[in-house]
Structures are given as C-alpha cells and as structure tokens.
Design a protein around this ligand. Sequence first.
Ligand code: IMP
Length: 179
Amino acid sequence: MPARPYVIDELISAKAIAARIEALSHQIAAEFAGTEKLVVVGLLRGSFVFIADLVRELDLPVEVDFLEASSYGDATESSREVRILKDLRGQIEGRDVLVVEDIVDTGYTLSYVIKLLQNRKPAKLRTIALLDKPSRREVAIRADWIGFEIPDEFVVGYGIDFAQANRNLPFIGKVKFVD
Ligand code: IMP
C-alpha cells in the first residue's frame, strides 16, 4: 500500500518539553526521596528520548531498564492486544520503580504493564507519561505524572514514530494527512 502523504505541524516545542521535564523531575525526586536506587523502566521504543532527558534531570540514584510491549505496529490505531516483546533485565522485587511511557492513549499498554510489574512485588511503583490523550481512553487508568494532555491527534517526534519515521524530531508534532 503506498504511504499516505502527510505534513507535521508543531504541537509542543522542544523548549516547552524541557521546561516540563525539569518541573516534573522535582516532584519525582520528592516522591522517591531516600530511595537506595530508583529503577527507571522505559517502555520501548517511544520513550527512549524522554527517559534520556528525564534521568538526567533526576537528582536521585537511578538505574535504567527497558521493557518493550507491542503497540500500533505501523498503523495509527491501537491493536488493543498487548504482548511483551522484551522483558526487563533486572529484578524489581522490593525496589522503587518508575515506569516511563511516551503516550497513554486507549490505556491498554500502561494498565497491562502495571499489572505485570505489580505481580513482581516492587516496594513502590509509579508511572509517568509524557503525553496523555484522555478522550481516547478505553481502560480506566491514569499515569501518576503527565507531561502534557493533548487532544485526539496522531503525534510524532521526541522519540515517537509514525510507521518508524520521525522519532528524531526534537519537538512533538501532529500528523496531518493531505490527501
Ligand atoms: P495505548 O495502549 O492505546 O494506550 O497505546 C499506547 C501506545 O500507543 C504508546 O506507547 C504509543 O507507542 C502508541 N501511540 C498512541 N498514540 C500515538 C500517537 O499519537 N503517535 C504515535 N504512537 C502512538
């Protein structure tokens, strides 16, 4: 199938993202104050830029691990079926854990991951999502911290892709189909 032509309009600037991450990092550091070493779990692949910026703002001892859950494939609609494609390398029992997600859309991915990780009995599990599309929610779930609430638009950039393109844009943009 030939790709549909589209343009990208900036929705959230790189500067606004950096400022928001700085503000959130203080709240997270306060929540986990005194932790021996926080396990920051990035959900691949969309959170890789966000987690890189977030951990560098966090004034806490951290280690970084990654989990990959299946999501959209190359489409713009959620499959609603979550599978784990890559599990954590480390153990989280008794540990403080922060799950870092790029976008909460229908909510299936985050709720699945939370259940999976809660079963491993962490001491404390919290979640942060850079973007939240509450109008799309099908599962009642909310991240503990949210960077930005956005309308029902398909977005790219800052780690987030459309059919594996545009992850390297420094800002968040919305995809506008022009055909
Ligand atoms: P959910 O399970 O429907 O909440 O979907 C979460 C995942 O879908 C996110 O981690 C993203 O990978 C993907 N996703 C949701 N909305 C968008 C979007 O606007 N652009 C790109 N990926 C998205």
